[in-house]
Design a protein around this ligand. Structure first.
Ligand code: ZN
Length: 324
């Protein structure tokens, strides 16, 4: 090997090493956000059997669960964190021995392939409680989906009774500022910054910032509907950002900074629509989109509680009273 080819080989090797390092940087997996105190306070203490199923991904015996043959109208909630997971109207009798649903409440359930590569595990998207598995293509209902859920992973709230927990999703520019204002509201139990409304699963901040994934910087609000109404949260959202700007918020420009409300049920959607009409009647040019919620992907840990960790106040979100 002469000197020129030696240099060439070393150069190529160097480029390969750089390429691998750079590639690792791009593909670096987001770490799970550090469990914070607010979240831990919301989680219920579990019995030994609940721990076996919910934390250790166990399975209750078929035909034995409390909700297997349960027919009442209402909402099934997560045993550990209390957030809504399924509605009774989506429950059906699959004959499998566990409660079965052919749809979920938007953004409530996270899917993860099992290590064996065969089944897909379902967990609570907020607290990570193991629920069961989801199957597609069995032809049991029109939607062709079966969420096979352990009864012990759930509680039940009958129709007409108030939920103790619910979630709301707002996108209005840089999520640090939206999160800052919403989490100060009484009745708000937790907030998380993340991404919603795009096509790429579990995107990184860098991917979303490119403006090509379709996601909006979105804040997830976990609240107690008995203390604060959805209407109050939605009004606050309009009062802390400039909803007349299209695909930007002050200095932040791009589709990822758009104004959008993602709703998890008809009631939220009707309320948000009513407020938008009210603002238009008051003479405002409203650019806020209204869309059913899709999967919510929490942002990297360093984005969470940004202003509370860093100190100071948001540069782009200030409260101003709009609703009379
Ligand atoms: Zn949960």
């Amino acid at each position: 090997m002469n000197r020129t080819s030696l240099f060439l080989s070393a150069g190529i090797l160097g480029l390969m090493v750089l390429g691998v390092l750079f590639g690792m940087g791009i593909q670096q997996k987001k770490e799970d956000p550090v469990p914070d105190e607010k979240k831990m306070k919301l989680l219920k203490d579990l019995t030994q059997e609940e721990k076996r199923v919910i934390l250790q991904r166990g399975t209750e015996r078929p035909y034995t669960g409390k909700y297997y043959q349960h027919r009442e109208e209402g909402t099934y909630t997560c045993k550990r964190c209390g957030l809504p997971l399924y509605r009774s109207k989506d429950k059906f009798d699959s004959g499998c021995g566990w409660p079965s649903f052919d749809d979920e409440i938007p953004a409530a359930v996270k899917r993860t392939p099992d290590p064996d590569g065969i089944r897909t595990e379902i967990t609570c998207s907020y607290c990570g409680a193991h629920l069961g598995h989801v199957f597609a293509g069995e032809g049991l209902t029109e939607k062709n989906i079966r969420h096979c859920v352990n009864s012990i992973s759930m509680d039940f709230v009958p129709a007409g009774e108030p939920l103790a927990r619910n979630r709301a999703y707002f996108a209005g520019g840089c999520f640090w500022g939206v999160e800052y204002h919403l989490q100060k509201r009484e009745g708000v139990l937790d907030v998380r910054s993340g991404y919603m409304g795009g096509e790429v699963p579990d995107p990184s901040y860098r991917q979303v910032s490119s403006g090509n994934t379709g996601h909006a910087e979105t804040v997830e609000v976990i609240y107690d509907p008995r203390t604060v109404r959805y209407e109050d949260l939605a009004k606050l959202f309009f009062e802390i950002h400039d909803f007349s700007q299209l695909n930007r918020q002050g200095p932040d420009v791009g589709e990822q900074y758009r104004s959008e409300i993602f709703t998890t049920d008809d009631r939220q959607q009707q309320m948000a629509r009513r407020l938008i009409e009210q603002l238009k009647d008051q003479g405002y040019d409203v650019k806020t989109r209204l869309t059913p919620a899709g999967p919510f992907y929490p942002a990297e840990d360093y984005h969470q509680d940004y202003y509370f960790k860093k100190g100071g106040a948001p540069y782009c979100h200030r409260y101003r009273k709009i609703f009379k």
